[in-house]
Design a protein around this ligand. Structure first.
Ligand code: ADP
Ligand code: MG
Length: 568
C-alpha cells in the first residue's frame, strides 16, 4: 500500500471531524499543509495578521458550533495568536490552533523560530499536544475537535514540527479515528427544575439574565416562548443580545442598573457572574438576592456567590422543562406587579434621555446621534460586530439585536482588535448559510487600528462588510484639531502628546482607494445616511464609513463607575 503524506492526513482528519474553515498566514513549515487543506475541500482564508486569523477562526466556531482552524507558522506566528487563543478560551468558544514548529533535529541548538509552543499554549487550551508520528495524527485531531466542542467549549492546540509535516505514513498504519458524534446533551435533574420553578414563582422581583451560553446553546426558540408566556423581565448580556429580541416588551436593558440592584431572584442562563455581571455582589445586587444558575460547566456553579439552585445542564432542555413547570400552573408575571411598574418607569426615563441625545444632530456629532441613525437604516437582521471603548459601550444599548448570535464584540476578555477578524468570519458565515444578510463592523478609531489591514482580506474574498469607524481622534476621549495642534507646537512630542491621543481627522476611508474602491467621510447625519444606503447595496466588497464625531462626546452619566464599586 502507498504511503500517505502527513499534511494530507491532517487535512483529511480535520475534514472527517467536521471542520470546514481554516484561517491563517502561511510560511515555513506550513505551506504544503495549507495546500493540503484546500485539496481536502477545506475553505482556506488567508489573513494579514495572525491575531485576526485567530479571531476569525473562533468567531466561525461560535457562529456554526464547529471549530474553525487557525493555521500559523512556528515561533512568532504562534506567539502572535496566543492572545486570540486566550480570547477564545475565556469566551468558551471552540477553536483549533495548528502551529508549525522548528524541525526536531534543530531543537535545543537554536532552530529557526524555535519556541516551546505546546507549553506556551497550555494555559489557553483544553488540550495541547504534538502528535509524535504521522500515523497517529488522526487520534490527536479527533481529540482536539472533541475537547474544543464537548462540555464547555474551548481551545485545542496541535503542534507540528517541520520533520513531521514532511513525513509520510504507510496507509495501513494510519490510526483509524471515528468521527465522534455531536456533543452529548446535558439534562437537568428534575427536582432542580421544580426547585427553580418554585423559587421563580415566589419571587416578588424576578429577573432572567440571558448570556452567550444561551446563544451558543441555540436556546432561542424555547427562551422566546418562555419569556413571552411568563412575561418575566429579562436582561441580555452583551453577546446574549438577540436570543430573545432586544425589542421584546420584556427586555429591560434600559433599566439594567435598577433590575440588577433590586431583583430578589435572578435566573442566570449561560452567563458567568464575572466583571460583566458585577460578580453578583452588593452594591450592584441586593445582598439577599437568590440566584438560580444554569451552566453546562459544573465547576462554574457557585462561582463568586453561592447559588440557591445550581444546575449543570444545557440551556435548551432546562428552558424547555422549566417552561413546562411554569406553564402547568399558568404562571404569568403581569404588568400590574409593582416590580414591572418600577422597571417601566426607569425604562421610560432612560429611553427619553437617550432619545434626546439621539435627536441632537448638531455637529460635531455625538455617539447617540450616530448610532440612532445607523440603526434606522440597518436591515434588522444585520450581524453587528462592535468594539472600541465608548463605541462598544454606547453601541450595545443603541444598536439592537433581534436575532441570536448576531453580535460579536470584545467579550469576556475585553480584547480590542477583534472586530475585522470577527467580521471576516461573519461575512463568510452569511455567504455560506444566510445569503443576503449583512455584516456591520462598528469600530472606534483606536480599535480599527489593531487590525485595519484586514480590509485587504475582505476585498480579496469579496466580503460585503460595512465598516463604520466612529472617530473621536483618540482612545476613550479624543482631541480636537486646535488642542492637538497646540500640543504639537510645543516641543518633545513623546513627552507632551497625551497617551490617549490619535491623529486628528485621519481619513481612514481613503484606504478603500488602495483597491480603486470608494469609502465615505461623514461629519453630518445626512452624509452618514447617504453612505449607509450606498453601503447597503454592496454585495461583493467592503466599504469604510469614517464618521468624525465630537472628541468630547461621551456616555450619558452612569450611576456606577465602570468596573468599580463591587465589594470583593
Ligand atoms: P456572558 O458573557 O454572556 O455573560 P459568559 O461567557 O460569561 O456569558 O458565560 C457563558 C456560560 O455559558 C459559560 O459559563 C459556559 O460554560 C456556559 N455555556 C456554554 N454553552 C452552554 C450550553 N450549551 N448550555 C449551558 N451553558 C453553556
Ligand atoms: Mg476613539
Amino acid at each position: 500500500m502507498a504511503d500517505v503524506e502527513a499534511v494530507q492526513i491532517i487535512a483529511e482528519s480535520l475534514k472527517q471531524q467536521g471542520v470546514d474553515y481554516v484561517f491563517g498566514i502561511i510560511g515555513i513549515p506550513v505551506i504544503e499543509l495549507s495546500m493540503a487543506f484546500q485539496a481536502a475541500g477545506l475553505k482556506y482564508i488567508g489573513m494579514r495578521n495572525e491575531q485576526a486569523a485567530c479571531y476569525a477562526a473562533q468567531a466561525i466556531g461560535y457562529l456554526t458550533g464547529k471549530p474553525g482552524v487557525c493555521l500559523v507558522v512556528s515561533g512568532p506566528g504562534l506567539l502572535h495568536v496566543t492572545g486570540g487563543m486566550a480570547n477564545a478560551q475565556v469566551n468558551c468558544w471552540p477553536l483549533i490552533v495548528i502551529g508549525g514548529a522548528t524541525n526536531q533535529d534543530h531543537e535545543g541548538i537554536g532552530g529557526f523560530q524555535e519556541c516551546p509552543q505546546v507549553e506556551l499554549s497550555r494555559p489557553y487550551c483544553k488540550y495541547a499536544a504534538r502528535p509524535p508520528t504521522a500515523a497517529l495524527i488522526p487520534l490527536h485531531v479527533e481529540k482536539a475537535v472533541r475537547y474544543a466542542t464537548y462540555g464547555r467549549p474551548g481551545v485545542a492546540y496541535l503542534d507540528f514540527p517541520g520533520n513531521i509535516l514532511q513525513s509520510k505514513a504507510p496507509e495501513a498504519r494510519i490510526y483509524k479515528a471515528l468521527a465522534h458524534p455531536a456533543p452529548p446533551m446535558a439534562y437537568p435533574p428534575h427536582d432542580d427544575v421544580i426547585a427553580a420553578a418554585r423559587l421563580l414563582r415566589q419571587a416578588k422581583r424576578p429577573l432572567v439574565i440571558i448570556g452567550k451560553g444561551s446563544a451558543y446553546a441555540h436556546a432561542e426558540n424555547t427562551l422566546r416562548h418562555f419569556i413571552e408566556n411568563t412575561n418575566l423581565p429579562f436582561l441580555p448580556t452583551p453577546m446574549g443580545k438577540g436570543v430573545v429580541s432586544d425589542t421584546a416588551p420584556q427586555c429591560v436593558s434600559s433599566a439594567r442598573t435598577l433590575a440588577l440592584q433590586k431583583a430578589d431572584v435572578v435566573l442566570l442562563l449561560g452567563a458567568r457572574l464575572n466583571w460583566i455581571l458585577h460578580f453578583g455582589r452588593s452594591p450592584r445586587y441586593d445582598k439577599d438576592v437568590k440566584f438560580i444558575q444554569v451552566d453546562i460547566c459544573p465547576e462554574e456553579l457557585h462561582n463568586s456567590v453561592i447559588s440557591s439552585v445550581a444546575i449543570q445542564s444545557d440551556i435548551r432542555p432546562f428552558a424547555e422543562q422549566l417552561f413546562e413547570q411554569m406553564n402547568a400552573v399558568n404562571f404569568r408575571f403581569g404588568y400590574e406587579q409593582d416590580w414591572w411598574k418600577q422597571l417601566a418607569v426607569k425604562c421610560k426615563q432612560n429611553k427619553d434621555t437617550v432619545q434626546q441625545m439621539s435627536l441632537n444632530t448638531s455637529t460635531p456629532l455625538n455617539y447617540y446621534a450616530v448610532f440612532h441613525h445607523l440603526r434606522e437604516l440597518l436591515p434588522k437582521d444585520t450581524i453587528i460586530v462592535s468594539e472600541g471603548a465608548n463605541t462598544m459601550d454606547i453601541g450595545r444599548s443603541m444598536l439592537l439585536n433581534e436575532q441570536p448570535r448576531h453580535r460579536l464584540d470584545a467579550g469576556t476578555f475585553g480584547t480590542m482588535g477583534v472586530g475585522p477578524g470577527f467580521a471576516v468570519a461573519a461575512a463568510l458565515f452569511c455567504r455560506d448559510f444566510a445569503p443576503g444578510k449583512r455584516v456591520l463592523c462598528v469600530e472606534g478609531d483606536s480599535a480599527f487600528g489593531f487590525s485595519g489591514m484586514e480590509i485587504e482580506t475582505m476585498v480579496r474574498y469579496k466580503l460585503p462588510v460595512t465598516i463604520v469607524i466612529v472617530n473621536n481622534n483618540g482612545i476613550y476621549g479624543g482631541f480636537d484639531k486646535d488642542t492637538f495642534e497646540a500640543i504639537r507646537s510645543e516641543g518633545d512630542l513623546t513627552q507632551i502628546t497625551p497617551p490617549s491621543a490619535l491623529g486628528v481627522q485621519v481619513r481612514y476611508e481613503e484606504m478603500m482607494k488602495m483597491f480603486g474602491m470608494q469609502g465615505y467621510f461623514c461629519t453630518e447625519i445626512e452624509q452618514l445616511q447617504t453612505a449607509i444606503k450606498a453601503a447597503n447595496q454592496l454585495t461583493d466588497r467592503p466599504t469604510i464609513i469614517n464618521v468624525a464625531i465630537s472628541p468630547s462626546s461621551d456616555r450619558k452619566p452612569q450611576s456606577f463607575n465602570w468596573l468599580t464599586e463591587s465589594k470583593l
